[in-house]
Ligand binder design. Structure first.
Ligand SMILES: Nc1ncnc2c1ncn2[C@@H]1O[C@H](COP(=O)(O)OP(=O)(O)OP(=O)(O)O)[C@@H](O)[C@H]1O
Ligand SMILES: [Mg+2]
Length: 255
C-alpha cells in the first residue's frame, strides 16, 4: 500500500521581476519517500526549496504538509514548520564565527530548551554518526575540507530528528568518492529517522543512489517523474539529454 502524501505542491509560481522562474510546479512526496529533483542550473531548484521552507513567498499556488496549507502562514507557524524540517544548504552555509559543534547544535541552542553542555554532547554524537571525530567539534568550519563541511551540514540538518529533510546540491564540489560517502550518509540518516526527503541535484550518480523517485524541472514545471528504473528506460528527450549530459537535444542553455 502506498504511504500518505507528506508534501503536496500545486501550481506553484514564483517570478522575480519579469523573470518567471516557477511556472506551475505540481509535485507530491509520500511519507518516508526520497524524491530527487533534477534540472539545469538556474531552473529554479533552489527557489523551489526556499518556497517549501517559507524563505520565499510564492506568487501563486499551494504547498501542503500533512494536508495543511503552509503558504501565507504567520511567523510562528513558520517557526513550527521549520522545527519539523532539516536543511542542508547549497554551499554549506555554516557560520565561521561559530565552532563546528555550535553550528551543528544551532537549533538546539536557539530554542534554549537544553543546556550548552547537553547540546554539545548531542552535537558530538551526531558528528560521530557522520564520521567526524570529536576533536573536530571545537574547530572553526573554515578549518575543514569541503567534504568535512558537507558532513557538518548534514549533522546540523538531522540533529533535531526532523520529519522532512531538504538537501540542496549535497554533493556539489566533492570528489566522486567523497560524494558517494555523503550519498550513503544521506540515505542512512534519512532511513534511520524515517524522514521524507527532497534532494535537489544535477549529480546523476547521486540521484541514482538517493532517489526512490526522480522529477525533472524544466522551464518552471515538472515535465517528467518516475523511478530510477523508469528514468533509464524513458524516451523523454529532455530527460535523456539531461541524464546523458549531451549538448545536443531539446534543452537549450541560456547564456
Ligand atoms: N532572491 C532572488 N531575487 C531575484 N532573482 C532570484 C532570486 N533567487 C533566485 N533568483 C533567480 O531565479 C532563477 C533560479 O535560481 P535558483 O537558485 O533556484 O537556480 P537553481 O536551479 O538552484 O540553479 P543551480 O543549479 O545553479 O543552483 C535564477 O535566474 C536566479 O537568478
Ligand atoms: Mg541551486
Amino acid at each position: 500500500m502506498e504511504k500518505e502524501i507528506k508534501i503536496s505542491i500545486r501550481n506553484l509560481q514564483k517570478s522575480f521581476g519579469k523573470k518567471q522562474v516557477l511556472r506551475g510546479v505540481d509535485l507530491d512526496i509520500r511519507a518516508g519517500e526520497s524524491l530527487v529533483v533534477i534540472g539545469g542550473s538556474g531552473t529554479g531548484k533552489s527557489v523551489l526549496i526556499k518556497c517549501i521552507q517559507g524563505l520565499l513567498t510564492p506568487d501563486e499556488g499551494s504547498i501542503k504538509i500533512d494536508g495543511e496549507e503552509t503558504i501565507g502562514k504567520n511567523a510562528r507557524h513558520l517557526r513550527d514548520l521549520n522545527a519539523r524540517m532539516g536543511m542542508l544548504f547549497q554551499g554549506g552555509a555554516l557560520f565561521d564565527s561559530l565552532s563546528v559543534w555550535e553550528n551543528v547544535a544551532f537549533s538546539l541552542l536557539e530554542n534554549k530548551k537544553i543546556s550548552r553542555d547537553k547540546a554539545k554532547l548531542e552535537a558530538v554524537r551526531v558528528l560521530r554518526q557522520v564520521g567526524l571525530a570529536s576533536d573536530v567539534a571545537d574547530l572553526s568550519p573554515s578549518e575543514l575540507s569541503g567534504g568535512m563541511q558537507k558532513r557538518v551540514g548534514l549533522a546540523r540538518a538531522v540533529i533535531t530528528r526532523p520529519e522532512i529533510i531538504l538537501f540542496d546540491e549535497p554533493t556539489t564540489g566533492l570528489d566522486p568518492i567523497m560524494a558517494d560517502v555523503i550519498n550513503d550518509l544521506i540515505v542512512e540518516s534519512a532511513k534511520g529517522l524515517g524522514a521524507t526527503t527532497l534532494t535537489i541535484t544535477h549529480d546523476m550518480a547521486s540521484a541514482r543512489k538517493i532517489a526512490d523517485k526522480v522529477a525533472m524541472l524544466y522551464e518552471g514545471k515538472i515535465i517528467w517523474q518516475g523511478t530510477v528504473k523508469e528514468m533509464d528506460k524513458t524516451d523523454n528527450p529532455y530527460v535523456c539529454q539531461f541524464i546523458n549530459g549531451c549538448a545536443q537535444g531539446p534543452i537549450k542553455m541560456e547564456f
